[in-house]
Ligand binder design. Structure first.
Ligand code: BES
Ligand code: MN
Ligand code: MN
Length: 461
């Protein structure tokens, strides 16, 4: 398939220009102020799928943001690849920490991206990676190199929990029928160390509200005699980890799969440099469950993290006050076999249990989902592996990731098919952070590698 390289060379500038146009639309699903823009992005994706060669493209209405569905069926007897991606992005906050505006893409060179990277919210997660698939598909259709059937399903609520997709999938099982699901929404180890993501963690996300007195009080008149909800909330949160950094919620670890010594030794073979890891985020030491390595802590082990905490007076100067309420948003990353609904219930019960009588606790579950592990003894994995071998010249390393794409477990439940995670981002691409970027090399490498997956998957099928 030599001509994929020629095709990329010829169309590189347009591939970049189109991605930049897509990145300019602020499709922030979490903030209703961007509703118009999210809808415009859905239209953009629909147009591009049509142009790239889909036979039919539909904007599927849901209770939330629309799902864009497109397909090209060339022969019912050939296998079908279902591509999933998302066109929504995380909020850009805190905007003041961006070196350039989040929705005005700029190309800059970095140490890890000497050929330049596009800086914009969504560049890597997931607009850039989703768009690679549309361009790879364009190449295959326009050069008569499409070896099988393709279905695209691009949603606009991934960053807020994929609620509408959870509604859509069970209602469209026949339409979404496929032989493998292909997703580029994860990362790889390094540009010279290709890897295939073989696991995703599950998630339980909750919000806690602690109420003390019914109104804010003078901290001199009442201080010391009533419970301060902020003090109490912090004490409760601090108690959720023990001195070895294990989570103290009773039953939390019940179903956690313990890897064998051999499996852990196999994992430890993946290239990893602790000093570089620390230097990249400017920390003096790592921190986590005792007896586990950094790579284990962020992939095969569960977590509990406060994502935000607030209450009381945070304005300028000092105000002497005992706030009536304190809040925290807490996420738990889960590993295979931990049921996210059960964990959510355990959290709620435990948090209510440990609160003193002097305060009231309310825990509101947000979203969640199951983790996922991709088997590596499948034709789909083999096809992906061969595709990387072809374009990177190296066999990719299977690696479980710490991130979550909860919808993947749901795909397996309803569509009965496995997912292959071919991610081309780097951990340093700052997804969800200020200055998110995606290497131009990575973008084009993705476009180059994807058609080989189609080819090998069809051949091996
Ligand atoms: N693309 C990410 C997930 C990801 C990134 C997995 C890198 C592996 C490596 C996705 O968009 C995401 O951010 N997921 C959320 C969960 C979702 C329910 C909001 C996450 O992991 O926090
Ligand atoms: Mn994503
Ligand atoms: Mn994300």
């Amino acid at each position: 398939m030599e001509s994929i390289n020629n095709y990329i060379k010829q169309h590189k500038q347009r591939f970049l220009d189109e991605l930049i146009a897509l990145l300019k639309i602020p499709s922030v699903s979490a903030d209703t102020a961007f509703k118009k823009e999210v809808l415009l992005t859905a239209d953009f994706v629909m147009e591009q799928l049509k142009k790239a060669g889909c036979d039919t493209v539909e904007l599927c209405e849901t209770p939330g943001y629309p799902i864009i569905y497109g397909e090209k069926i060339i022969d019912k007897n050939l296998p079908t690849v279902l591509v999933y991606g998302h066109y929504d992005v995380q909020p850009p906050d805190p905007i003041e920490l961006w070196d350039s505006p989040p929705f005005e893409p700029v190309i800059k060179k970095t140490e890890l991206h000497p050929e330049g990277a596009i800086f914009a919210r969504g560049a890597c997660d997931d607009k850039g990676q989703m768009y690679m698939h549309i361009k790879a598909f364009e190449y295959m259709t326009s050069s008569s190199n499409l070896p099988c059937n393709v279905k695209f399903m691009i949603e606009g609520e991934e960053e807020v929990g994929s609620e509408s997709l959870s509604w859509f999938v069970p209602r469209n099982i026949e339409k979404l029928k496929n032989d493998v699901i292909l997703i580029s929404d994860t990362g790889m180890i390094a540009n010279d160390i290709p890897s295939i993501t073989t696991g995703l963690r599950g998630l339980s996300y909750v919000e806690a509200e602690i109420t003390g007195p019914n109104r804010d009080l003078h901290s001199g008149l009442y201080g010391g005699a009533v419970a301060n909800p902020i003090n109490i909330l912090n004490k409760m949160i601090a108690s959720l980890h023990d001195e070895n950094n294990f989570i103290t919620i009773p039953g939390f670890y019940d179903n956690v799969e313990e890897l064998s010594k051999e499996e852990r030794a196999e994992m430890a073979k993946a290239p990893f440099n602790l000093k570089e890891y620390k230097d990249a985020i400017k920390i003096d030491d790592v921190y986590g469950e005792k007896e586990y390595t950094t790579n284990e802590r962020n992939s095969i082990r569960p977590t509990l993290d406060v994502n935000g905490i607030w209450g009381g007076y945070t304005g300028e100067g000092a105000k002497t006050v005992i706030a009536s309420k304190a809040y925290a948003k807490i996420s738990m990353r889960l590993v295979p076999n931990q049921d996210w609904k059960r964990i959510t219930n355990l959290f709620v019960k435990h948090f209510e249990n440990i609160a003193p009588n002097a305060v009231a606790v309310k825990v509101t579950p947000h979203h969640g989902g199951q983790g996922y592990v991709t088997p590596i003894n499948t034709t789909a994995y083999e096809a992906a592996s061969k595709a990387y071998e072809t374009t990177f010249g190296k066999t990719p390393i299977p690696q479980r990731s710490g991130g979550s794409i909860p919808i993947v477990a749901l795909f397996e439940e309803y569509l009965k098919s496995k997912t292959i995670l071919m991610g081309f981002g780097l951990n340093s691409d700052a997804i969800h952070s200020p200055n998110e970027h995606f290497g131009i090399w990575n973008y084009l490498k993705g476009i180059e590698t994807i058609p080989y997956f189609y080819k090998y998957f069809t051949e091996l099928h």
